[in-house]
Design a protein around this ligand. Structure first.
Ligand code: IMP
Length: 421
């Protein structure tokens, strides 16, 4: 059996949460492989909006097992809050959630370090979600992080104190306000004690054994390919591996066990935080996309930057991930625009290119305008009901990207999903 993957092809916020929920009925196990509470996966379940930051989006499905993999970083305070929200909504989290003992912990000082480092960068700041992701992964890479499984060894408390003392020195050098630190540490420890009552496992064995038994797994990505630490628009990226490679390193499954790779993209493009964005629209059309698409961060509430679809970026993401199937979301947001822009190439100092270069400085988009449509799509339930202009847009994208678009999402609800033949 294989691990199928669902991941974002742009700068995150492509609608992965909803789509995982839509495709997960055929997967008894859903596993997140990287990132942490910087993610905000929004789902509408029975008309109610829920946002998941850490827990995989399969958690709402009866009989599912949801794994937070070893490539993730977990903050006990936020995780417990998320668990309580789900339990208050009747979700039996204890039965459905398994946390990797290898996942690293975001300490109470990591978000403070994130804020201090961002402030020190001034105009060059990344636009981080300030959830402590970068500092937690930095400690992991420097081999001084604390893992969830370390709870079970006798050195945990001493280790925690040592790390907090080291971080405190650094925060003092930045001149950070540490008046709340003791209270934050108390809350963190209390939350961790409660989290300890949930299932913890060496999830790499759990997942490989499930595959051996013939149970398929859905690996759920967070953020997007263009925020990948290796291949994204560095340094304006996150600190984890958001591409398909992260599935192997973040879940402990071998590459030959990876099956379908479903790449999600919006019918346009957004980015939150700083960094290059060649197709950005700083005009009325950008405002229209932001307002109509409710493009405000699920985690931070920040307005997202909006622009036209970027084919060089999508071709690059498809190549990096070995995408087999495409899923297009938020097509409904484009309704009402007389024309839609498609960036087919970039203009660079060395001429026109269909590729996404390692340095986007000075890159100009080459935009082709195509006719839009007026009709609202939110009630459409089949491909036949879609306007001809949208079908032509889909044809154009399939031609340019050389992959089939299997699903078109036309609204946030599970039911607003068109499966294509
Ligand atoms: P960090 O991962 O919080 O350090 O943020 C690094 C960059 O990634 C910033 O530009 C964030 O806005 C962006 N980012 C992080 N997580 C997400 C996400 O889930 N969706 C979109 N952008 C994100």
């Amino acid at each position: 059996m294989k691990v199928d993957v669902i991941l974002g092809l742009q700068w995150g916020d492509e609608g992965k949460g909803k789509l995982v929920d839509v495709v997960c009925p055929t997967y008894p196990i859903i596993a997140r492989f990287q990132g942490g509470p910087n993610a905000g996966h929004s789902l509408v379940i029975h008309g109610k909006k829920m946002v998941l930051n850490t827990i995989p989006s399969g958690i709402f499905r009866d009989g599912s097992t949801n794994v937070a993999g070893s490539g993730m970083v977990l903050n006990p305070v936020g995780l417990l809050r998320e668990i309580k929200m789900l339990e208050a909504n009747g979700v039996p989290v204890k039965d459905r959630l398994v946390l990797s003992r290898r996942a690293h912990l975001i300490l109470p000082t990591h978000p403070l370090l994130d804020a201090a480092m961002e402030q020190a960068k001034g105009d060059e700041k990344i636009g981080s979600t300030l959830k402590g992701i970068g500092p937690a992964y930095s400690d992991k890479t420097a081999r001084q992080g604390i893992r969830l499984g370390d709870l079970d060894n006798g050195r945990f408390d001493a280790n925690f104190r040592e790390q907090i003392a080291r971080h405190t020195d650094e925060l003092n050098r930045h001149g950070s306000d540490l008046s709340e630190l003791n209270a934050l540490c108390d809350e963190w420890k209390k939350s961790l004690d409660e989290i300890a009552a949930y299932q913890r496992a060496d999830t790499e064995f759990f997942l490989n054994k499930a595959l051996d038994r013939g149970e398929p797994i859905l690996a759920e990505g967070a953020q997007g390919t263009l925020l990948d630490l290796e291949f994204g628009s560095y340094p304006f990226v996150t600190s984890s591996h958001t591409t398909v490679a992260g599935v192997c390193s973040g879940l402990g499954v071998a590459p030959q066990r990876v099956g379908k790779v479903m790449g999600i993209f919006k019918a346009y493009c957004t980015r939150v935080g700083s960094g290059p964005f060649p197709t950005e629209l700083n005009n009325e059309t950008g405002d229209f996309l932001r307002q109509t698409g409710h493009e405000f961060g699920a985690t931070t509430g920040r307005p997202r930057r909006c622009g036209w679809i970027d084919l060089p970026a999508l071709r690059y993401a498809i190549m990096l991930n070995g995408v087999t199937d495409l899923i297009m979301t938020k097509a409904d947001v484009l309704s009402g625009l007389p024309e839609i822009g498609v960036c087919t190439h970039y203009r660079t100092a060395n001429g026109r290119t269909p590729y996404f270069p390692s340095d986007l400085d000075g890159v100009e988009p080459v935009i082709k305008m195509i006719p839009g449509w007026n009709q609202s799509l939110t009630e459409s339930t089949s491909e036949d009901a879609l306007p001809a202009q949208l079908l032509r847009y889909i044809d154009l994208l399939e031609d340019e990207l050389d992959r089939p678009i299997r699903i078109v999402s036309v609204g946030p609800d599970r039911r607003q999903t068109i499966h294509r033949r």
